[in-house]
Design a protein around this ligand. Sequence first.
Ligand code: GDP
Length: 477
Amino acid sequence: MEHLSSTTNRFVNAMYRQRDPELSSLAIGDCEDSELAYTMRDLPPRAGQTFPGSEMPMTNREPDGSTHPHTPGTPTFTRPLSRSLEPELVRRGQLSSMSSLDSPMSPSRAKSPWGRFDPYDSAEDQDKEYVGFATLPNQVHRKSVKKGFAFTLMVAGESGLGKSTLVNSLFLTDLYKDRKMLNAEERISQTVEITKHTVPIEEKGVKLRLTIVDTPGFGDAVNNTECWRAVEDYIDQQFEQYFRDESGLNRKNIQDNRVHCCLYFISPFGHGLRPMDVEFMKTLHEKVNIVPVLAKADSLTPEEVRKMKMKICEEIERFDINIYQFPECDSDEDEEIKLQHQELKDSIPFAVIGCNVQAESQGRRFRGRQYPWGVVEVENPEHSDFLKLRNMLVRTHMQDLKDVTRETHYENYRAQCIQNMTHMVVRERKRSLCKDLPVPLVPVDSNTERLIWEKDEELRRMQEVLERIQEQMRHGH
Ligand code: GDP
């Protein structure tokens, strides 16, 4: 199997060389694609073992470079050495004949490192020759699982609308153990605070670092003018931090604290949106994915819920608020998926009910709110959109929310930042040219001159950052 591994890597290298001689320097070792070949080295479970990421049985290499004892029977893929290639070895015929040493199925095929998850595993594929790139998604999957995921969810809306209850219900955790409730007197002077809780969650071997950002005090004051300001500042600060980290030296281990989604809670007791809701959403819709939810839906009848949803949607349109848009389904998508997608779109704003205690009815236990006249079940689609919201957030659209944050909201922030920096640098350069002032090389005693020197230093640093960013953009990073 060592033999197969190095042959395969030689083949990948040779592919690069054939495509473009210049690319040969990128082959295995220092290009992004090479990571895929690189991943192969610490892979494979034996055939029949579960897929990497569910119960990963093996990792040959620790982050510090040390190695685990090798699981008996597990093929070892070593990192390829870069050495001169022998082109005649990499022809497909030879590859397949060399890789057929211990195939149990067919003399022309090697045992797959992906076991039953190999896309070439079907009976009709057994005798076919193949290069193997249909396993690329498996490799990407494995890498992502190994790295883990991070997601930041913000909840905003007036206090008492059930935000903390809903978050706990959504993720089945108790994120608000240490919450301190303020009394009415304390709340008069309270400003909007931002609190952050991070919990590592693990499910079937997949790790998620979930961060919940809450906004206690929002809408609680006597005068709520600009109470969205603290939220806006927080979102900007996360973008700024990311921008700094990205422009710094160590870009490999950047922690992404950008807010990927904001659940905005709308009161069920009013007549649609209140001015504060409109202000909040209009101010933040270009910075974060806003998902509106109709809170405490159990306090409305089904007909009232329907009317309230209609009213809120009308107002969102009338005030030109851009809430998070679900991506369009592909035309060749399954009918069932298209239907689910449409249902999700029609559910906006999600009418939710939160509850963290179990109720019992007719011998059945479930999470629900017990009233003298009956029980509302949190996860019953007839009673609320709780399940739709959870599925959307976790199962179907978490990645899209992150993508929109990165590709749209953060990109806007970044472009604005670069533009501002460029203007500033140009202005300052012009100013110093006009004055024809020599730039002092060392700080001098006079206060003004020291300030000018500091400013110049700052500009120089900014220009360096700018140049680095432009360089990265030129190379398509
Ligand atoms: P927050 O201040 O927005 O975080 O609100 P809380 O989660 O602390 O909830 C405030 C109160 O509303 C608590 O007494 C909850 O039990 C109650 N509550 C939470 N969710 C619901 C709901 O969906 N329906 C009803 N009727 N009450 C709820």
